[in-house]
Design a protein around this ligand. Structure first.
Ligand SMILES: [Zn+2]
Ligand SMILES: [Zn+2]
Length: 278
């Protein structure tokens, strides 16, 4: 359906609507690899952002910091625009719900520098993808109305069905263009990146089930059920084999985030053999 690769999902805040977004280059290095531009620290590059078929100019920067002073500081990429740029105006227009909320809350603040965030139930997102052109990034706006329509549409599926629909790019339900397409595409691309990160191995048993057959049958699973939360942050997604996926949805174990283990209703518990991102 698309050759776009996921780079980052950013929640909308004041700075995204005025100055740009930061992309932390951390554990999820594989996401960084999707960017074909290698920038030295402090280096900039002119890029274009593609939104609804229109290109907007922006700057990609690898933020400079003094490594001697901040040895543990992670590399940070930034896509920058200015307050009065066309892209900033367009984003404030599309994300008017977040903008209005933040604008009102900011007025109430005595310390104007304080970071504000939009409450989870009305939060909106920007999805950033690389394209076939190194200097063009596609951005998609996931608004409150996209989210509520998706919630409506997915009500007819159970969680396992829904996860399978999302993962199958060739399923008619995926191709069907609705307002939910953006959210399903984002979920799938985040999942695909995680599958690559784990080299198609199950995080629970560590096995690459299809390897001898040269087949990829690995699944992604949402810790907090996607049908309920629509939470497709990488830290809500696990890479697991079809067997473990079936067992999880049959028995509904509780996942202990701190200990990284599943507690099954019969008392059995099982940890993760592989974990690079949770
Ligand atoms: Zn497994
Ligand atoms: Zn699942």
């Amino acid at each position: 359906m698309t050759t776009d690769l996921y780079i980052y999902k950013k929640e909308i805040d004041w700075s995204a609507l005025h100055l740009g977004v930061n992309i932390p280059v951390s554990l999820q290095n594989i996401f960084y690899e999707n960017i074909n531009i290698k920038l030295q620290k402090g280096e900039n590059k002119k890029i274009k952002l593609l939104l609804d078929g229109v290109e907007y100019p922006a700057i990609l920067t690898n933020i400079y910091f003094d490594e001697a002073k901040y040895p543990t500081h992670k590399e940070l990429l930034q896509i920058r625009w200015t307050q009065n740029s066309e892209i900033a105006q367009k984003l404030r227009d599309i994300f008017s719900s977040s903008y209005n909320y933040l604008f009102i809350e900011k007025e109430k603040l005595t310390n104007k520098k304080k970071q504000l965030s939009v409450p989870e139930e009305i939060r909106e997102y920007l999805a950033i993808y690389s394209t076939v052109f190194d200097d063009v990034f596609a951005i998609e706006c996931i608004t409150q109305s996209d989210i509520s329509e998706t919630k409506q549409e997915i009500r007819r599926y159970n969680e396992l069905e829904l996860e399978q629909i999302i993962q199958a790019t060739d399923s008619p339900a995926f191709i069907e263009k609705t307002r939910t397409t953006k959210i399903r595409k984002l979920d799938k691309t985040i999942g695909d990146n995680l599958k690559r990160l784990y080299e198609y191995k199950c995080q629970i048993c560590g096995l690459h089930i299809g390897e001898s057959y040269n087949a990829t049958v690995i699944h992604t699973h949402h810790i907090e059920y996607f049908s309920v939360s629509l939470n497709n942050n990488a830290d809500n997604i696990m890479v697991i084999c079809p067997n473990h996926h079936g067992i999880i949805h049959t028995t509904n174990p509780v996942f202990n985030r701190e200990k990284k283990l599943f507690a099954y209703p019969n008392g059995y518990s099982e940890g993760l053999k592989l974990n690079l991102h949770l």
